[in-house]
Ligand binder design. Structure first.
Ligand code: BG6
Length: 451
């Protein structure tokens, strides 16, 4: 089957930074497809290539890549151009699969879908057409718009044909998290509220909003990372054992977790001081948040999950810290005995540490915490595929295991919606500093951030 990817938003940031490198690698690995980038910005393929594709890109990749200057506001012109270009690429009666990748603002979906329908009607007269559509996170602006956008997509695609991307599901650490939990009896047996004391999820980024201000100021941290990446991490961390690791069984367990999460018990936001400086207008969008929530099922209830995430921090740190109950201190009557923990570090390096207490030499029965470390790069080499490569590979294969379902997306909006109101006080924090509320929340809840 001939596969053709049509990249809407083909001159945008996401396409340039993540998608073209992913396509290039996959093409190099032998995946067979044609790529048509659509955008308004460049008049010629040469200008497009110079600005959007790395100069060292292989000739083979450039051969399968086409660029069309596509002006969505001129529907007739645009659809004529795309239909005739597609027609020139396919043979009469051929089996063709078209993947429409929408790296577009959702407000343009309606126009795009209408144009896709026109193009489809032309092409399907010539070939046996199969199709898929790919949309990015955040899917919608809240529950209501997510449903509205979904209905727009359903005009031209079945649910099976819709791929809703959350690139965190393409990350190696996420998939490892499931295997750590469900391919290891010793971990499985301690992974519930009888043993776990609390969980921290820390996602600190050093960069700001930069050239994405236009997008980000409408979105803010809750829609940008909490509604999707963070909640997806929580589903992987807390879901019960799926019957098998098939997409359907995993999705069923994830849905149960999301349904068991109530809106956060505590929530704080801030924005960095210089946000929007130079834009000529005041930008009051949250760029940092800290929150506490829990998963209210028999296995996970009463484990507080503390989350902090946001931009313009001193150090880039992404990690999950699972702290275990420390009954030993009491039983041994020794307050120096440290906590056991599992630490999954995603950035700067992918490592998993299990922290246990062992004897410190030259002492009498004094223990010291030691880390048993797995380092992804040392064990498996540095060539773990990038998240977007795994995502695109699954789309090409028609495997939906790394894509949240519409019901997961709706549940996630339900959880975060109370955080989207304007009522919250927003702390303005100097860049490279942690907003004060992060430590205040820790003090109030009697814990210390692991990093
Ligand atoms: C994106 C967000 O989805 O994820 C960005 O829009 C964020 O704001 C990014 O920086 C983080 O992804 P990664 O892969 O760099 O951890």
């Amino acid at each position: 089957m001939k596969q053709i990817i049509i990249q809407f938003g083909g001159t945008g940031d996401l396409a340039q930074k993540k998608l073209y490198p992913a396509y290039e690698n996959l093409q190099g690995e032998g995946y067979d497809f044609i790529l048509i980038a659509l955008g308004r910005r460049f008049a010629t393929k040469e200008d497009f290539l110079e600005a959007m594709v790395r100069p060292e890109a292989s000739k083979a990749f450039l051969d399968i890549l086409d660029y069309l200057q596509y002006d969505m506001s001129d529907e007739q012109g645009a659809t004529d151009l795309l239909s005739s270009h597609l027609s020139s690429l396919v043979q009469e009666g051929e089996d063709v699969s078209i993947i429409y990748y929408m790296a577009l603002q959702p407000s343009l979906y309606e126009d795009a879908i209408r144009q896709i329908q026109i193009v489809d009607s032309v092409i399907s007269k010539k070939v046996n057409l199969a199709k898929k559509i790919v949309v990015e996170k955040p899917f919608g602006f809240d529950s209501e718009t997510a449903k509205r956008y979904n209905n727009i997509l359903l005009k031209a695609f079945s649910d099976e044909e819709i791929y809703r991307v959350d690139h965190y599901l393409g990350k190696e650490f996420m998939q490892n998290l499931l295997l750590l939990r469900f391919h290891n009896d010793i971990i499985r047996m301690i992974w519930d509220n009888r043993s776990i004391d609390s969980i921290q999820i820390i996602f600190d980024e050093t960069h700001g909003v930069d050239q994405r201000l236009g997008f980000y100021e409408k979105i803010g941290v809750v829609r940008d990372t909490i509604q999707n990446h963070i909640l997806q991490i929580i589903t992987y961390l807390t879901m019960s054992d799926p019957t098998t690791l098939t997409p359907e069984d995993i999705a069923a367990e994830k849905a149960k977790v999301l349904r068991a999460i109530s809106p956060p018990e505590e929530f704080y936001t801030g924005r960095y001081e210089s946000l929007g400086a130079g834009s000529g207008h005041i930008v009051n969008t949250p760029t940092y948040a800290a929150l506490k929530l829990s998963v209210n099922n028999y296995y996970m209830a009463d484990i507080p999950i503390y989350i902090r995430t946001g931009k313009m921090q001193k150090e880039a740190k992404s990690l999950i810290y699972v702290k275990f109950k420390n009954k030993t201190q009491k039983v041994m009557n020794d307050s120096r005995i440290e906590d056991n923990s599992v630490i999954i570090t995603i950035h700067p390096e992918l490592t998993i540490d299990i922290v246990m207490n062992l004897k410190e030499p030259k002492t009498s029965w004094k223990s010291k915490p030691v880390r048993f470390r797995f380092n992804q790069a040392e064990t498996f080499g540095a060539n773990t595929p990038e998240a977007y490569e795994q995502i695109v590979q699954k789309i090409l294969k028609g495997d939906k295991s790394l894509f949240p379902s519409m019901s997961e997306i709706c549940e996630s909006w339900r959880i975060v919606e109370p955080m989207l109101t304007e009522e919250y006080h927003m702390e303005v924090y100097p860049i490279r500093t942690l907003p004060r509320f992060a430590n205040e929340m820790a003090q109030k809840n009697n814990f210390t951030w692991f990093a």
